[in-house]
Structures are given as C-alpha cells and as structure tokens.
Design a protein around this ligand. Structure first.
Ligand code: ARG
Length: 462
C-alpha cells in the first residue's frame, strides 16, 4: 500500500516493516479520543479562519459518521493502516473528499497521539477512582461490622498487641484513600493539552491553543512544544500510582490468604470467590486473592517497561514512544479487573471472631499492658518491662498464660500486684484503652471510618 506520507520516498514499504511499524491493533482503542480531538481541531481552525466554516462542518459531520460506524461495528479498523490517526484521516477523506485533507493543518501525529493518550487516560483515572471509592465504601461497612472484634495484631508475624479487626481493615482504608488522592494529583497533571505543539516546534499558523484545550476539557495548554510531544510523565505517574495501589491490594490479599488457612481460620471467603481442587476434595482455595497478588508483578513490569523505554530518548518525539500505550493499557485493564474482583471478594468475606479471640488470648499480647500496670503503680517503664518479661518466661515454663496466673504468682515477681491486675490485662480493656488518635480503641476506629466516609462524600475532584 502506498502511504499517506509518500513524497520524500515512494511510500512503498516492505510488508514486514509495515506490520512491525503499525500500532493500529492497540491504539484503535483511542478512536473516540482521536475523533473528538479532531472535531475540536477543526473547530479551532475554522474559528481562526485557517479553514472555512463549511469545511469545518463537513469535517465534523464526517467524523461524527465515522464515530457512529465504529461504535456500531459498521466500520472495521483497517489492519493495514499505520495507526488510528492515519486510519481516521483516510476514511474521512474517502467520505468527504478534499476538506478531509485540510484537517491535519497545524498539527502532527506527534501532538495528536500525546493528546489522545492524555484524554484516554483521564477517563481511565476517573473510572479507576470510582472503583476505589466503591471499594472504600465496602471496606468501611466491614470495619463497622467488626469494630469490636478482637484479634491479635502482629509485628514480624509474631503476635504483638490486641487490636480490632475493624482497626486492621481501616489501615487499608487509609492506604486506598492515599491511592485515590495520588490519582487525583496525576489527573491534574494529565489534564494539560499538548495539541498545537505540532511536530516539535509549534506552528506558523495563527492557532488558538487555549481555545482548543478548553474545548476538550483541559485546564491549559502545555508551555513548551518540545516537552508537549515528548512528555510521558503522566503515563509513568499513572503506572507508579497503579503499582502502589496494586501493592496495597497484594498485601491485603496476602493477609486474606493467610487468614483463610486452617492455621489461622480468621476469615472465610464466600464460595463464589473461591475454587476447589481437582484432586483434594477438602480444598477451598483463595485463588482470586492469589491472582491479584500475582498480577501485581505484571503492573510493576508495565511501569519498568515504560521507564526503561524513555530513559535514553533524546528530544523530541521518537518512535520508541509508541511502546508507551500497551504498557499503560495493560496496567489499567489489570487494575480495573483486580479492583472489581477484590471488591466482590471483600463483600463476601466473613470474619471468625472466635478464632481471632482465641489467637489473641494465647500469645501474651497483653504483656505491654501488664508493664503499663506496673508503671501505673510507680515503676519506671524499663523496670516494669523487665518484670513483665520475667513473668512471661515463668508462664511459658509452667504452661500458663497471664490470665490464669494466681495473685501469689504475680506477687512473687513484684509486691505491687493486686486483684486489679486481672481487669488490667483483659483484652477488651487493652483495646478500649488505646484511645490515642489513630489507635485501636472502638471510638478511635469509629472516627477513622467517619473520616474516610467524609472524604468520599466530598466526591472526586475533577
Ligand atoms: N503511532 C504513533 C505513536 O503511537 C503516532 C505518532 C507517530 N509519529 C510519527 N512521526 N511517526 O507514537
């Protein structure tokens, strides 16, 4: 096929080179953005008197028909077109004749592709953000349901101090809230229009970049045309934000997988979000959680791929940059799927408060409170810590726990002990007393839920 850019060369290329060069099989998903962008471009050209109003009208009408036909499937993407931009222009010219040939005045595919990608990703950011909002609502409801469910909190995967399941869940609430905030920041920086940068140097035509940017819902045009066509920070930023989001989901999944094991039995997933084994009849596997954990690696890979593609590129546009789209599309597709599945899985998750309490009772997780008791009786913390440690060692040696030591046994370690100690190491009380801001007390967790819900009600800033 002879190329639209035939001129300097005869435009006849080897089939192998064509296929290698072509991006239509993946950039075709930006057809709506490409067409909307072209409509705005025609409107700007007409407003500036660069093309006539009639020409602009013909172009807009033709583009409208192409959009409809692509949506309905009446028009198929031509795999022989180099990319979506060439394809749309070709079909337009076939449909409306010479006016179609004027559309590409005062622009280049270099600024056009940057524009399309920014528009496409703004939309993806909005979709992903509302999925996160939805997940946060589910999370807050769960946290509320389990606000008073006591479980062991861990450090080094060793039982550390008692907390509530609601508190643990709300830790993820805070992470997701930050993810949401990061995406909004990324959206703001994506919302800058490169169109009108042209190939790299701007143009001699009397264009109105601000007008065109505004028509397309951008905050402003970019301020340097070289930067406009070579900047992919917005895609990298999105990939980083999505990587962090996946890291959060992956940690959460890892815990769910652990909690589902018979060693823990802290939670049970609904049958609809688990799988069986083809050989072991007793199995109920948390495959969804494992897959989300697995797909996290894939999103990190997308980030690394694009960072590496861009690292050595001289200004301005280089064809290497065509590689940006598959990475960022794959990451968005993966994240959207994972968020949906994760939300469904979390909705059906049921805690097992008995198993959680049992695990909390056996592991001396109230030893810090025992030390605090002695501090309340006048001992410096370091000395109280030492005595409590000795009592724990005594318990382990004698197969006991703090709750069932006799008062005499306590008093043999310090005469500061009296009956009051039993109330002091009661797990529920240990939790309730942690009233510091952000702590595990019932009231503090209720406040955390309020704050997260409050920020969701504010809506997503656009
Ligand atoms: N398909 C190209 C891409 O995705 C569009 C820009 C091509 N520009 C060029 N001068 N070859 O990057």
């Amino acid at each position: 096929m002879t190329k639209m850019w035939a001129g300097r060369t005869d435009g006849k290329t080897d089939k192998l080179a064509d296929d290698f060069n072509s991006s239509i099989h993946f950039d075709c998903r930006m057809f709506r953005e490409d067409i909307r962008g072209s409509m705005a471009h025609a409107a700007m050209l007409a407003k500036q008197g660069i093309i006539t109003a009639e020409e602009a009208e013909k172009i807009t009408e033709g583009l409208g028909i192409i959009l409809e036909e692509l949506e309905s499937g009446a028009l198929a993407f031509d795999p022989d077109s180099e990319d979506i931009h060439m394809f749309v222009e070709q079909i337009l010219t076939q449909k409306i004749g010479d006016a179609g040939k004027k559309l590409h005045t005062a622009r280049s595919r270099n600024d056009q592709v940057a524009l399309d990608l920014r528009m496409y990703l703004k939309n993806e950011i909005d979709g992903i953000s509302s999925q996160i909002v939805n997940l946060l609502e589910i999370l807050c409801n769960k946290a509320e349901e389990y606000q008073k469910t006591i479980m062991p909190g861990y450090t080094h995967l060793q039982r550390a101090q008692p907390i509530t399941f609601g508190h643990h869940l709300m830790a993820y609430g805070m992470m997701l809230l930050r993810d949401l905030d990061r995406l909004q920041g990324c959206r703001r920086r994506t919302n800058v229009s490169p169109i009108g940068s042209c190939a790299l140097a701007g143009t001699t035509y009397d264009t109105d970049r601000r007008y065109e940017a505004k028509l397309l819902g951008f905050d402003s045009p970019c301020l340097n045309s070289l930067d406009g066509v070579s900047d992919r920070d917005f895609a990298l930023e999105l990939l980083s934000d999505l990587s962090i989001l996946m890291m959060h989901l992956s940690r959460f999944c890892e815990e769910i997988i652990l909690w589902c094991s018979w060693e823990f039995r802290f939670v049970e997933l609904s049958d609809s979000y688990t799988t069986g084994s083809s050989i072991m009849p007793q199995k109920k596997n948390p495959d969804m959680a494992e897959l989300i954990r697995g797909k996290t690696g894939r999103v990190y890979g997308d980030l690394m791929a694009l960072l590496t593609t861009l690292k050595g590129l001289p200004l301005a546009y280089n064809k290497d940059m065509q590689e940006d789209k598959e990475s960022v599309f794959d990451a968005c597709d993966t994240v959207k799927m994972c968020l949906d599945v994760f939300s469904g899985m979390l909705s059906g998750l049921k805690a097992n408060p008995k198993a959680m309490l049992k695990a909390a009772q056996g592991g001396f997780i109230n030893a810090t409170d025992l030390a605090d008791y002695l501090v309340g009786r006048g001992l410096p913390f370091r000395s109280a810590y030492k005595i409590s440690g000795q009592i724990v060692a005594y318990c382990i040696e004698n197969g006991k726990v703090l709750e069932n030591l006799t008062l005499e046994e306590y008093q043999s370690h310090s005469e500061l002990f009296d009956e009051e100690v039993y109330r002091f190491i009661d797990l529920e009380r240990c939790v309730e007393k942690r009233i510091s801001e952000g702590g595990t007390s019932f009231e503090s967790v209720a406040e955390q839920i309020r704050v997260v819900r409050g920020s969701l009600m504010g809506g997503i800033e656009k």
